[in-house]
Design a binder for this molecule. Sequence first.
Ligand code: BMA
Length: 302
Amino acid sequence: MEITRYKNNPVLTANDVSFCVNSIFNAGAVKIENEYLLLCRVEMPNGRSSLLTARGADGKSFKPELKPLLTPEQHGPCKEFVEWGVEDPRITPLEGKYYITYTGYSKYKPLVMLAETDNFRDVNILGPITVPSNKDAAIFPEKIGGYYWKIDRPTAEERHDMWISRSPDLLHWGHFRVLQEPESGSWEQDKIGLSSQPVKTDEGWLMLYHGVRGFGISSIYKLGVMLLDPEKPWKVIGKSRYPILSPQLDYERVGDVCNVVFSCGWIFENDGEVKIYYSGADTNICLATTTVDDLLARCRDK
Ligand code: BMA
């Protein structure tokens, strides 16, 4: 059975934005004290994306700010790597700050950018933390074994595996290892990539991922969940056998890219509920809910 969609989906569409955008989708998510914050990708009329903050008090309704938090233009010396847009942010709370990993898109192909913020009003852009081609990255929310860790998806030579690496300072990365390959002959056989930032649970690091399979002339994007060893995060110790969410409703099937559910973030509530923010058809922002217990049980269903 799939996780529960919010009955009033979508929670945000282009009509909710006060300036002209083609679409709003693929939002990073974080709860700061009692405020829910989404950092949303907005595709501007010229087809290039910026990142826009939206805030809300209940996790179900959001008000977008009047202007983007991060645009390609404000990237100074890194501008050439993001000239075609900034996309798909993931947010990790770490050592009292929020680290945003996002895709910089340009003629050089996608790469992973890192920025830090205290409050989502001012951002400090730290620069690229991969070479192209790479995307779908997030940092772990604490050091493990004395290092920072990140997951990403290099796409060299047309392979689409998830990788993990470590760093002493968040800027210099090494000890690269393959974390997970797509499972042949299944719903994720063409490619997989990290979706949400990893979150610590009693059983290990939980994270969402997306899996893609081509059908006829198009592809279907679905969501799954994975569990990583608490001390050895390069070891996958559990993985959902079936997708936890797949495109079924009109707002997931029809849009700029049809048959897509894609997530960049989730929020863990104190009572065990998990709010998963996802986008349907690269065109809106939606909410689905489940619990930590349910996600852990799915990871045991090998
Ligand atoms: C991925 C990314 C996402 C997008 C998804 C589905 O490769 O480009 O931004 O949501 O494809 O189109």
